[in-house]
Each structure stands twice: as C-alpha cells, then as structure tokens.
Ligand binder design. Structure first.
Ligand code: SF4
Length: 94
C-alpha cells in the first residue's frame, strides 16, 4: 500500500507485515503523528480516507523509524526536496 501526506509519499511493503510481532508503525503514528496509520486485519491501514490523511498528517516519519527499528523494515518514505538536484549539479555533489 502507499499513501501521501502533504509533501511525502509513504510506501509499505505489506508482505513484510504478515509476521510482524510489534506493529510499531501504528503505535509510533499514535504517539508522534495523529494516528493516521492503524492496524486492520494484521496490516497497516489508514484510519480515514486519503484526503483526510493528506490534510492532517504531520509528516513526522515516525512510522518509518519505528518499522525499521522495531518492525520488519517494510516502510520507505519518499520525501522530495525541491531544488536538490540543481544544487547537487551546481556544486558537483554526486
Ligand atoms: S511495523 Fe512495519 S512490518 Fe510491522 S506492521 Fe508496521 S509496517 Fe508492517
């Protein structure tokens, strides 16, 4: 599954969630964000619709952190930085 907040995209490889024992992503979301990520039928799911998620999500990245350190490393977050490619080109950063 994947979903978007205002500027980021959260991608979850649900095949890794099947034997997850912590479901730490949802706990982290409740603690540091607004509980937009919950567990339904043993897998992460949105607590509301996509529009609500995009509006209220704080882009705290807690789900990714918690999953990588306490879950099964199933979450990847794409966080584009406007101007980064131009900056790298200008200063020769690879
Ligand atoms: S912590 Fe990671 S592996 Fe576990 S349910 Fe959440 S996304 Fe899936």
């Amino acid at each position: 599954m994947h979903f978007e907040e205002r500027t980021i995209k959260v991608i979850i490889d649900e095949s890794k969630c099947v034997d997850c024992k912590t479901h730490a992503c949802a706990a982290g979301c409740t603690l540091f964000d607004r509980g937009i990520l919950v567990i339904k039928d043993g897998k992460p799911a949105l607590s509301g619709d996509e529009e609500l998620t995009k509006r209220v999500g704080t882009e705290c990245l807690a789900c990714e952190y918690e999953c990588w350190f306490r879950g099964n490393k199933a979450i990847t977050i794409e966080a584009p930085i406007p101007g980064l490619e131009e900056y790298k080109k200008k200063y020769g950063v690879v």
